[in-house]
Design a protein around this ligand. Structure first.
Ligand SMILES: Cc1cc2nc3c(=O)[nH]c(=O)nc-3n(C[C@H](O)[C@H](O)[C@H](O)COP(=O)(O)OP(=O)(O)OC[C@H]3O[C@@H](n4cnc5c(N)ncnc54)[C@H](O)[C@@H]3O)c2cc1C
Length: 408
């Protein structure tokens, strides 16, 4: 077999594509990864890595993520109008369910860099930045991508399988004519990052969720370039407001002040606006094309599940591709990848992230009260807290995926 028949092609050098590449590359299999950017993307998106995801990763990688990030064993729910702490959950109750009874807050570009550094040690792995996948074709026994290089030249690359890890707007998904089913939220989400120390000044822990009938907020800490770190606050915005207004200095200060009144203006080091969707691809496998990460599923960021789901896809898919390419296991195993990962994306991540948003933004006073009472009662009872955390930490969905089998 030539390398062209054995090579795994990967579109997208985000954390999901890089992880998939590293997990395949460490078995000596030839692979080629393309990313359209010049270098790793550095934007303030994912940070929260849940216990179920940490359990799937190499101990040394988790150690490095914790070293360059933060460890967060607890999270809190606050009622913003009354400024009351409603519930606090401690992952310690999961000590018999996971090797990692805590969350690691590591910005996704740091995780991606840790993986890229490892991947680049493998002579069998080619990582090509400034290479944009523009088309995909499948033939018997092979898949071919057309790639635009930085010079503008178009090249063709063939392999045994193609992993589309090229993000929410995936070209691989589109060119493979796979529908992306679901909807787009009317409100965009704004992320405002500040050095203001919410722990010292207000007693918030590293992951705090604020319920508010007008506008919710997630507030969490990242280590950034080292102590004292930065705090990211995420809010919904009014669909009628222009992007210019939302992102203006006045707009940003007004939002921070209305949520967290302070005598001083806030120092804002990043301001980013995101359109948010709830969508899942109609299939994660079309013959030799496999989708993973945001290319396969997207959701709102409340609860921090998007990249976690993507990492879980990458681990699952890399394991199956290695078994097929190295051990000669039948390719049908990839149907199990589709079954496991697509089912939990729909039944769990979509459902849970939509429910998380509904809980934070509920307007009806009776519904708000019921939601907050439920949180209080769950936090107060260790077994209920454990059941709650098994879902939020994605252990329950990972167990569900692992228990699935293909039927003839
Ligand atoms: C505000 C916010 C906060 C979030 N917080 C969390 C969190 O705490 N926890 C969590 O789990 N998730 C979170 N998410 C979601 C998370 O950011 C995404 O799920 C994650 O980035 C998906 O990783 P990925 O590798 O699949 O895609 P991406 O990170 O989008 O990477 C895709 C890569 O593919 C490249 N690419 C695109 N098209 C092509 C092409 N045609 N050819 C070659 N390369 C291409 C892109 O340049 C990019 O480098 C958050 C999202 C937002 C918006």
């Amino acid at each position: 077999m030539t390398d062209d028949n054995r090579r795994i092609l990967i579109a997208g050098g985000g954390p999901v594509g890089l992880l998939c590449a590293w997990l395949i590359g460490r078995h000596g299999l030839p692979l080629r990864l393309f990313d359209n950017n010049r270098a790793l993307q550095v934007d303030p998106r994912a940070a929260t890595t849940h216990p179920a995801t940490l359990d799937l990763l190499d101990d040394a990688l988790v150690g490095d993520m914790a070293r360059v990030g933060l460890t967060a064993p607890i999270f809190q729910f606050w009622d913003r109008p009354s400024q009351q702490l409603v519930a606090q959950f401690d992952h310690a109750v999961l000590k018999n369910d996971t090797r990692h009874p805590f969350v690691v807050q590591c910005e996704q570009f740091k995780t991606a860099k840790l993986i890229l550094d490892r991947l680049q040690l493998f002579p069998n792995a080619e990582v090509l930045f400034d290479h944009e996948v523009i088309d995909v074709a499948q033939h018997a026994g092979a898949v071919t991508v057309q790639v635009r290089e930085s010079s503008g030249a178009i090249s063709q690359h063939s392999g045994a399988f193609l992993v589309g890890a090229d993000g929410g707007r995936s070209t691989v998904r589109r060119r493979s004519e796979i529908r992306f089913e679901g909807f787009t939220w009317p409100e965009r989400l704004i992320v405002l990052t500040t050095p203001f120390d919410f722990e010292a000044e207000r007693g918030y822990c590293y992951r705090s969720y604020f319920a508010d009938p007008g506008a919710w907020c997630n507030c969490f800490k990242v280590s950034a370039d080292g102590p004292p770190g930065l705090w990211r606050t995420v809010y919904p915005t009014d669909p009628a407001q222009s992007e210019e207004d939302i992102l203006s200095d006045a707009g940003v200060q007004a939002r921070m002040q209305s949520f967290f009144p302070s005598p001083q203006p806030y120092e804002i080091v990043h301001r980013n606006l995101y359109v948010t969707h709830q969508r899942v691809a109609e299939t994660f496998r079309k013959a030799r094309v496999l989708l993973a990460g945001d290319a396969a599923h997207v959701n709102n960021p409340i609860g921090g599940m998007g990249l976690n789901g993507g990492i879980q896809d990458a681990v699952n898919l890399a394991d199956k591709l290695v078994r097929i390419m190295r051990d000669g296991v039948p390719e049908r195993l990839l149907d199990l990848y589709n079954l496991q990962r697509r089912t939990v994306a729909i039944e769990f991540v979509q459902q849970q992230s939509i429910a998380n948003k509904a809980r934070l933004e509920a307007r009806d006073p009776a519904v708000r009260k019921r939601n907050l009472d439920e949180l209080r009662a769950s936090a107060a009872n260790p077994e209920r807290a454990r059941q709650f955390l098994l879902r939020t930490s994605m252990i329950a969905s990972q167990r569900r995926a692992e228990a699935m089998e293909l039927r003839d």
